[in-house]
Design a protein around this ligand. Sequence first.
Ligand SMILES: Cc1ncc(C[n+]2csc(CCOP(=O)(O)OP(=O)(O)O)c2C)c(N)n1
Ligand SMILES: [Mg+2]
Length: 562
Amino acid sequence: MANTGTTRTAAQILVDALKIHGVDTAFCVPGESYLAVLDALYDARDSIRLIVARQDGGAAYMAEAWAKVTGRPGICFVTRGPGATNASIGVHTAQQDSTPMILFIGQVPAEFSDRESFQEMDYRHMFGPMAKWVAQIDRPERMHEYVSHAFHLAMSGRPGPVVLALPEDMLTQTAAVADVSPYQVVQASPSAGDMARLGRMLERARQPLVILGGTVWTREACSDLQAFAESSGLPVACSFRFQDLFDNRHDHYAGDVGIGINPKLAERVRNADLLLVIGARLGEMTTGAYTLVEPPRPKQKLVHVHAGAEELGRVYQGELLINSGMPQIAVALKNLRVDGSAWKSWRERARADYLEWTKPAPNPGKVQLAEIVAWLRERLPADAIIANGAGNFAGWISRFYRYPGLRTQVAPTNGSMGYGVPAGVAAKVAHPERVVVSINGDGDFLMNGQEIATAVQYELPIVFIVVNNGMYGTIRMHQEREYPARVYGTTLVNPDFAALARAYGASGETVQETAQFAPAFERAIKTAEAAGKPALIEVRIDPQAITTSTTLDAIRARALKG
Ligand SMILES: Cc1ncc(C[n+]2csc(CCOP(=O)(O)OP(=O)(O)O)c2C)c(N)n1
Ligand SMILES: [Mg+2]
């Protein structure tokens, strides 16, 4: 029931505010700086589930990933100084990935402020360029105002992270304030004029291509967009790590425009006469380092639709710039009538290229990663969630997996390592009924592997896969390209990952040949679900298998030839 103005501590007002704004899950590593909030969360334990992580960076990634799989702001609490600096990786990820997230930081008491007292930092300076807003709440009477603004900002326009610092002494001060209403999602809509112009541009196009990306998509928006693609006959691609915005099994899907892009799709982007870019920022990874779409005035006619007005015209001068939320543009497009007979064969060729590109391709060694991913795409239910971090292993997922729809992919567009394990935890917390598979590199895994302990603690039957090639493969690849045969700082001596998983209380197996994978996976998922604990499968791959289409030796030989 809404509080109409009885006296509460600031910490209690904060937790009541979270409830009002619909928060049912929060992630944290505790700190003495915000004990009063923990105590208020104790009273709210029936309505807000608190997940305690093992590293503040893990907690922040969990909050960010939770937002990705729910579409609502992820909530994270950490302590000052060391907690905040650890958590910064989640804020950076939320910024680059446009993910709504609120990071609350316990701060030194006001009476000690600006003395560089114990663990004191100035969060406005630290997070200023990284977050949409950084503020400190100094008065309990204004708690609701700050928290409400944080939710509105995190979710409006281009979503992103907000950081709020909570001085320790303020949290125990009291105020008699009435509760506020839940936040609203504020997004722009396209004008009738915009849509009419877009319709005319499409009528003149012969080789148009849609590129989807970004956040604030909803299930309905995705289905409206699909209806538009069907009625207009347009081919649809997805930007880097936003591959789940369009059903990859659909006839109109042309592939992902990201790292390791299908060369034929890259050509198609270059040769398109009209690019209809919806929600994607057109960053470095989606534009082949600004070569597929060249700034400032691309060769292709560009229609750029984005929820953040500040993104429009930022790098590219588009023919038509539309500031709109995704549900708003999707419904307008659904009602747009366009005759797509002119580009039917262009679309069919795009689909054929995609199907050809995603046929499993062999790699050196006894473990065929493409076959494993292709097996997973057949085996997993359509609502399964695939979480992953960064490294070359991820190339096999983006090329050979088929994401069937919204919120089946949780991966960082900022290429941040250590994401897969906490993201898997967050996905399973948010969707306990869905299968969650977290795929990691060996380097990637050990950056946040400790969060397996969190999965064990909360009895989360997640399947973790570690693709082990004994190195920081991505960097080794670049090293061989730039400084061939001078391997340095990229080799890893790894633990026995299966034994490590067992030490955490999870089950663990090692796969050394392709044929072992399917039975290992079936055992893993069965044991995990029966025992209510995670399972880990280490997949040992040949270090030569450096990308989906080349080997380390081939890269080295090419580089040595000059
Ligand atoms: C947090 C973080 N630190 C460093 C990097 C730089 N980096 C990108 S990929 C990579 C190696 C990934 O190794 P691994 O997880 O083993 O995957 P592989 O490339 O071997 O498949 C590194 C160090 C990064 N992207 N993120
Ligand atoms: Mg590796």
